[in-house]
Design a binder for this molecule. Sequence first.
Ligand SMILES: Nc1ncnc2c1ncn2[C@@H]1O[C@H](COP(=O)(O)OP(=O)(O)OP(=O)(O)O)[C@@H](O)[C@H]1O
Ligand SMILES: [Mg+2]
Length: 277
Amino acid sequence: MAHPVGIEGRHGSAGAPRAIGGLGAISAPPLLETRGLRKHFGGVQAVNGVDLAVPPGDLRAIIGPNGAGKTTLFNLITGDIAHDTGQIYFGGEEVSGLPPHRLCRRGMGRTFQITSIFRRLTALENVQTAFLSHHHRHFNLVVPARRLYRDDALALLERVGLREQAGKPSGILAHGDQRRLELAIALASAPKLLLLDEPTAGMAPRERHEIMALVARIAGDTGLTVVFTEHDMDVVFAVARRITVLHQGAVLAEGAPAEVRANSDVQRVYLGQPVAR
Ligand SMILES: Nc1ncnc2c1ncn2[C@@H]1O[C@H](COP(=O)(O)OP(=O)(O)OP(=O)(O)O)[C@@H](O)[C@H]1O
Ligand SMILES: [Mg+2]
């Protein structure tokens, strides 16, 4: 068994450039960084002093048991909920306290743990709406709305494997296809960073692997930086370039997949409980 040397625990220095797992000495200033981020709900310290540094091009998994604080961390980063203390930096600038739409304009995209699409609109219309919204455009009399960004939207649907479903109301799509659609909607805003909260929730194992392989391919092709949460450890270890383990709102360990797998703290936290859903 490998020795867990090199794992950056909760005392890792925030702000320092870090090596990207698998790429040896290559390092870059972080695209996303949090320092001492905290959030409590009543007596629950959901996020308890998280230092996170994600370099450009990373494919980062945030893992941890139920209630570890993963979704709360995402919501703090995207501005969906206000943090108590700490700082958030994106692209080298402090963005702490900015609302979600301003962060989205700067290139931060996300999907939610619970599916969020316009169920009555077709898959194509959902993606067209995302393009319209991103480009601040509205329906007008000169160009019929149904033609706006049609080709771009179709290309994105093709990309996520939904070209054949374009004309169907998204509410009747299979669950896995709805999650693919959410990915397409998120990609329509051309993000630099994509935060995916359990993008494979409710999917069968094979489909989980497929969708995360798709995400990895898109990230590899476009240079998109991805941070995702996932409960299926097979998927995490197959896809992630680097893994951050949250436990009780704090970073328990961080490192390349092999390092995290061998870390005794991580093994202890997961011992006796299922690591896959
Ligand atoms: N809006 C809220 N009000 C009160 N407590 C909350 C709220 N949101 C989260 N919590 C609590 O904060 C802690 C962290 O929750 P969070 O949803 O961030 O965990 P998670 O790691 O995403 O879990 P899961 O793997 O189940 O999605 C939990 O104890 C949860 O009950
Ligand atoms: Mg969650």
